[in-house]
Write a protein that binds this ligand. Structure first.
Ligand SMILES: [Mn+2]
Length: 342
């Protein structure tokens, strides 16, 4: 297949709309979806009657909330949308089958980078090889010779960074080129503030508890936080302890919606966190991950009967013993090997 010239897709997209159209852009809001929707809104500026961006999900992540506030993004929850008002519907960074909310209308245009699913729409541009939908929209803006505002460019560059996990996940040359372009027009102070805003005020009490109650054993930080208001807290606290120079592992657990969540982090130079999670907790629930990051989720009903959930000390000691068992196992066999003991 011949790759379409950059301007062709843009032209086809723009031809869908006329001056009297009222356009709804529906998204599952995350930084990539939000920035991509903003870019579509910019492309349609003065070409249609009005544009509304609507989110189908509840936005909880602190960095997403910071992005919306700092970049002055206006969105309306899908529950508040009166569909009859709109004449054109666009989905970005998702496809019609991805959310039941998307079936409330027929999409005229779908622009996305997730694997292609079955749907029909007058226009679609799906590029699964791309790291972010924002990269596709930056190409549109460039073809349209539109210089993005500082806020739009900041959002687009942040979108590429988060969706590619700072270029460590699926990234193409097109993503890198798009990022370079957006970053040139971005406000780096705003971008830094959005990136750093990963905490909520009500999370801080867990940090205080963690600092006061951390159990450090052989360069490993263990903390059981008890009941948590979101499992994200375990991730944030675990990442925080990895910033302590002498810490090689951090294991942070909490109870959320009838599950014991255990988050493991290590410096990547040691035994795989994923394997450790699997060996320690795999029989009781779901557990796994990568070399340096892992997670286990155990339904509380699967925990040993004599373990009391309200006894933080006992639960904490149990988690430590489970993990230490898997850590010791290979060492002893290694010793046995070199001593010639079978
Ligand atoms: Mn995306």
């Amino acid at each position: 297949m011949v790759k379409p010239r950059p301007g062709e897709k843009l032209k086809k997209f723009q031809n869908l709309f006329n001056k009297s159209d009222r356009v709804l852009i529906a998204i599952n809001a995350d930084p990539d979806a939000i920035a991509s929707a903003q870019a579509v809104k910019r492309l349609l500026w003065r070409k249609v009657c009005d544009v509304t961006i609507s989110n189908v999900n509840t936005i909880k992540r602190p960095d997403n909330i910071a992005m919306i506030r700092l970049l002055h993004i206006k969105m309306a929850p899908i529950e508040e949308i009166y569909f009859d008002h709109y004449t054109r519907f666009v989905i970005v960074d998702s496809q019609p089958g991805h959310s039941p909310h998307f079936s409330k209308f027929t999409a005229d245009a779908v622009i996305d980078h997730h694997p292609k699913t079955e749907f029909t729409s007058a226009f679609s541009d799906i590029r699964p090889e791309y790291g972010a939908t924002a990269s596709i929209l930056i190409e549109y803006l460039r073809s349209a010779k539109i210089k993005p505002s500082r806020r739009l460019a900041t959002g687009l560059s942040y979108a590429i960074k988060t969706d590619t996990a700072n270029f460590q996940r699926k990234t193409t040359m097109e993503d890198v080129t798009a990022f370079q372009f957006a970053f040139r027009h971005a406000n780096t102070h705003l971008a830094n503030k959005i990136e750093q805003a990963d905490l909520r005020l009500d999370f801080l009490k867990y940090f205080r508890y963690a600092i006061e109650n951390v159990h450090i054993r052989r360069k490993r930080a263990y903390i059981h936080l008890g009941n948590v208001s979101s499992p994200d807290i375990c991730v944030l606290v675990a990442d925080f302890f990895m910033r302590v120079q002498s810490i090689q592992w951090s294991v942070v657990s909490g109870i959320y919606s009838e599950q014991l969540v255990v988050v493991l982090r290590n410096d990547g130079a040691r035994k795989s966190a994923g394997k450790t999670a699997e060996q320690s907790f795999g029989r009781m629930g779901s557990a796994g991950g990568h070399k340096s990051m892992a997670r286990a989720e155990i339904p509380v009903g699967n925990l040993p009967g004599d373990l009391s959930l309200s006894d933080v000390k006992q639960l904490s000691a149990w988690i430590i013993s489970k993990i230490e068992q898997t850590q010791k196992a290979p060492k002893t066999s290694f010793k046995k090997d070199i001593l010639g003991i079978s």
